[in-house]
Design a protein around this ligand. Structure first.
Ligand code: AMP
Ligand code: MG
Length: 336
């Protein structure tokens, strides 16, 4: 079969990223321009600034990608773009850019769900083997998804309130931990002990998650201790929060593995960069003798290579081909 080259565009949050991916697996080139330093000045991602920075950067990022790879865009087979979920302004910049390229080069435009991209990041250096269990952990999603084939999803459960990454970020704020909250809480937790009793999340045998109770217990604890002028051990609090947050994830994966046979478990989304989470999930998958797959750091955080990887089966199956009226969506589930 003829090789398929896909140009992928990712602008859903604060990274302007473009990639050329061959046959959904071989990353010919990947550029990631991060705006993190700018947003750090404001303590979090400012959507309006993010959109403007995508607009400023995206053509230069393409120029850099083409210079480095010496790839002639005439040889591209399709243009893939993240259309959801994410920040509206950023998504629109990427979509308009992808539409223009699709129009000029007369190549199909493929719309890709960013969360599915995170799952397919696992197919770049490893191979997805079905049926698999995907644990999607990000700033906006906590979803346990079963996959029985390419794009054959079943949502087993999701968060009833906050997402795990959101909980990390909110807890970081109340603890005065600088942006980016998640990675900094993880760093603090490394030197802490689990000694604060924080509300245990709902312990039922559904596959749903809940993080608002845990978040509130951290907020209440900090407020109460501040009122009493008691000193908080920030490392211990980070370690305690992280223990309860990850325990929720491992319990649900354990439950799913006890009920069904899976070839592998994959972690997807920004929070899968967390080493403690990876280690704890590994203990569960080892218990059931199931393989755990986590992308390398570059493919774990937002990047266009994963969008190119996720677009390949769509190209082959002729699915998700968009017309020029394609628009962005801020909120969708992994399985939509
Ligand atoms: P995403 O929504 O997939 O772009 O991932 C971003 C989310 O992942 C944010 O909520 C981050 O705080 C969180 N995150 C990134 N790295 C880590 C980490 N090492 N530990 C915990 N959370 C993290
Ligand atoms: Mg992401």
């Amino acid at each position: 079969m003829k090789d398929v080259y896909i140009l992928a565009v990712e602008t859903s949050c604060d990274e302007t990223s473009l990639a050329i991916v061959k046959n959904g697996k071989e990353v010919i080139g990947l550029e990631v321009y991060t705006q993190m330093d700018t947003h750090a000045l404001y303590g979090g991602v400012v959507p309006e600034i993010a959109s403007r920075m995508h607009t400023e950067a995206i053509t230069l990022v393409l120029e850099s990608l083409l210079n480095k790879t010496k790839f002639d865009l005439k040889n591209i087979d399709a243009i893939a773009v993240t259309y959801a979920p994410g920040l509206m302004g950023g998504l629109l910049v990427g979509i308009e850019f992808a539409k223009t390229l699709s129009f000029i080069y007369k190549k199909p435009l493929i719309k890709v769900n960013h969360m599915v991209g995170h799952i397919y990041a696992n197919n770049i250096e490893d191979n997805l083997e079905f049926p698999l269990l995907a644990m999607v952990v990000s700033g906006g999603h906590t979803e346990l998804v079963e996959m029985t084939g390419d794009y054959k999803f079943k949502l087993l459960g999701s968060t009833l309130d906050d997402a795990i990454g959101e909980a990390y970020d909110k807890v970081a704020r109340v603890m005065n931990v600088p942006y980016p909250g998640g990675p900094n809480v993880e760093k603090l937790a490394k030197d802490g002990n689990v000694c604060y009793e924080l509300g245990k999340p709902v312990n039922d045998d559904s596959f749903n998650f809940s993080y608002s109770g845990l978040k509130s217990s951290v907020i209440n604890l900090v407020h109460n201790m501040n009122q009493r002028n008691e000193e908080i051990n920030i490392n211990d609090l980070a370690a305690s929060f992280q223990y309860y947050a990850v325990d929720e994830i491992t319990r649900k994966i354990d439950l799913a593995l006890s009920k069904n046979e899976y070839k592998m478990v994959v972690l997807a989304g920004g929070v899968s960069a967390n080493m403690y989470l990876r280690e704890e999930v590994k203990k569960v998958t080892d218990k059931y003798n199931v393989r755990l797959c986590v992308p390398r750091m570059l493919y774990c955080t937002d990047n266009a290579a994963m969008i190119g990887a996720a677009a390949y089966p769509l190209f082959i199956q002729g699915k998700n081909i968009a017309d020029f009226s394609l628009n962005a969506k801020s909120h969708i589930s992994t399985v939509e």
